[in-house]
Write a new protein. Structure first.
Length: 567
């Protein structure tokens, strides 16, 4: 019977020999179990592209993979793309283990680097939603891992495939990486690699829609993405490790430095999401752990790696609390239904002035076939002139997520669900208030607030200030007596509503308090004293109130503000 020590030794040897596969399996189970079941904005748009089997020139290979995953018999399309993100994330983490084995001859430092990367906020979020940058990150890490490995035919084939993955998700970065791969391969393997990469590029871009990403330098976006939470720790340790390895002559460390430089330029000049850059910089962690191990030659390397790596992981776990995996679930579908399902039968138009609502309606129409009688108006065409012309024609149903915009009159809108039917005559009567909107996820809660604010603004514009307070949940803040005053108040020239004229960027915080200030002002109720920390919107509102009471005309106030904003 084998001794316990020999079992432990054989077990450790097995783990070391199959570290990449073990990392992939563990990561896949973890990431797939927490994959988002629904999403807003860009991930939802990727879902539409995948369901339609389109390929964009921006990321054609990712779109091809997404089109395959959305046909899996597992959950809804959003979850299937979340599963693709999990596979790509697990592949990236396994690649770090492989790179560590090739670079410092140990898989354990790579596993520590994988844990650091997995809890870095921007990367963790990308591992749970549909983002092409995750394919670029996986391909880039494996390119380095394979180029660092001993030369053989299988290595050349795999490195070529990894380079194609980068090309198909980040074209300009992929082009540079393809050159690096071809140069690094054995001379006999180069012709086949060039042919495979060129042929794949042609096939991927045949029939692709749109154009490749254009030059758009934005250093601030990259710094913001790579500096969030523990991502800053990964970037800092990674830069230290890559520079140290290149300076001390660590074999093949300069190759890593070249790839990091290419990823940095691409992130700043084109892609901005920094996923590939952060992922490749994680390879610097094993170099740092190796340097610490060499400084302690009498201590086993694996003990040094654990002793130095675990505290870093602990710090990263604390810093990584900024992770925001915004799992929307069915909220986008509910939002779309709330905005359009109760509109009269078309044909007609529907206008969503807020991006999440627009994408949610587009998704439901494209994927679920919802309300095919309504044409969703793109943002560039959303004008009050378009609505006015359609209303004059008299044959269209016009739906919107707000009661009015531009020069439209909010008194000519009829609440329909949580949206509005825009009409060419004044609405007579009052539609009872619905329950307050509720949608899952951080962005969903914000959309619920936008819907409530839109209904409150509609009620206020129609002279029902008490209903406006109830629509936005301010009834408790006013109390019964103040609500009675609001119910009996109509806006006047002396006390006009000011909320709608506050610049949108100044209304991003404490909007409920700002709306309450406005209702209290119109009804001549006591104003709430502003604290020194009050946001800009409330301070501007208070300044306007004082100016009007001093004799200024309301129009001159917001006209001056608009001129200042234009300057």
């Amino acid at each position: 019977m084998p001794a316990p020590a020999s079992r432990v030794t054989r077990g450790a040897a097995f783990v070391a020999a199959h570290a990449e596969l073990i990392m992939f399996a563990i990561a896949l189970i973890w990431l797939a179990g927490s994959a988002a079941g629904g999403s807003w904005l860009a991930p939802s748009e990727r879902e539409i592209v995948a369901v339609r089997l389109d390929r964009t020139a921006f990321a054609p290979l990712y779109d091809l993979l997404a089109g395959g995953f959305v046909r899996l018999p597992l959950g809804d399309p959003a979850f299937r793309l979340g599963l693709l993100a999990a596979v790509l994330g697990a592949t990236t983490l396994a690649g770090l283990v492989a790179a560590s084995r090739a670079l410092v001859k140990q898989p354990l430092p790579g596993a520590i680097a994988a844990v650091l990367l997995a809890i870095a906020p921007p990367v963790r979020e990308a591992m749970g939603t549909a983002q092409p940058g995750m394919l670029a990150a996986a391909g880039l890490v494996w390119v380095v891992a394979l180029l660092l490995a001993p030369h053989d035919r299988a290595r050349a084939i795999r490195a070529t495939v990894a380079a194609i993955a980068v090309i198909g998700a980040a074209p300009w970065l992929g082009a540079v990486i393809a050159i690096v791969v071809v140069v690094e391969l054995d001379r006999r393997a180069r012709p086949a690699a060039i042919g495979a990469i060129g042929g794949a590029a042609v096939l991927l871009w045949i029939g692709a829609i749109g154009t490749v990403p254009l030059l758009d330098p934005d250093l601030a976006a990259v710094v913001g993405a790579s500096g969030r939470g523990s991502a800053a720790l990964v970037v800092g340790i990674g830069l230290l490790g890559v520079l140290f390895g290149a300076a001390t002559g660590l074999p093949r460390a300069r190759l890593v430095a070249i790839v990091v430089l290419a990823a940095t330029v691409d992130a700043i000049a084109i892609d901005h999401d920094a996923l590939a850059l952060i992922s490749i910089l994680a390879i610097g962690t094993p170099i740092v752990l190796r340097a610490i191990s060499r400084a302690l030659p009498t201590t086993p390397a694996w003990i040094v790696a654990l002793g130095a790596g675990l505290p870093i992981v602990g710090v990263a776990a604390v810093l990584g609390a900024e992770v925001r995996l915004d799992d929307a679930g069915a909220a986008p579908a509910r939002l779309a239904a709330d905005l359009i399902d109760e509109l009269p039968a078309g044909p007609g138009l529907v206008i969503a002035t807020r991006a999440p609502g627009f994408v949610a309606i587009d998704r439901e129409q494209q994927i679920a076939g919802s309300r095919p009688d309504l044409v969703l108006v793109p943002p560039a065409q959303q004008t009050d002139t378009l609505v006015a012309n359609a209303l004059r024609d008299g044959t269209f149903v016009i739906g919107a997520d707000v009661a009015a915009f531009g020069r439209l009159d909010p008194r000519r809108a009829l609440p329909s669900g949580r949206g509005y039917a825009l009409l060419d005559t004044d609405v007579v009567g009052h539609i009872p208030l619905p329950d307050r909107a509720t949608y899952a996820s951080e962005l969903g809660r914000d959309q619920a607030l936008r819907i409530d604010l839109a209904r409150a603004a509609y009620e206020a514009a129609n002279g029902r200030l008490d209903a406006a307070a109830r629509a936005i949940g301010l009834a408790d803040r006013f109390g019964a007596a103040d609500l009675a005053v609001l119910a009996a108040t109509l806006p006047t020239r002396a006390r006009p509503p000011l909320y709608a004229h506050i610049p949108p960027e100044a209304r991003t915080t404490d909007e409920l308090d700002l709306f309450r200030d406005d209702l209290a002002w119109v009804a001549d109720l006591p104003a709430v004293e502003l604290p020194p920390s009050a946001p800009a919107g409330r301070k501007l509102h208070a300044a306007w109130r004082a100016a009007i009471e001093a004799g200024a005309t309301p129009e001159s106030l917001w006209s001056a503000t608009e001129k200042k904003d234009r300057r």
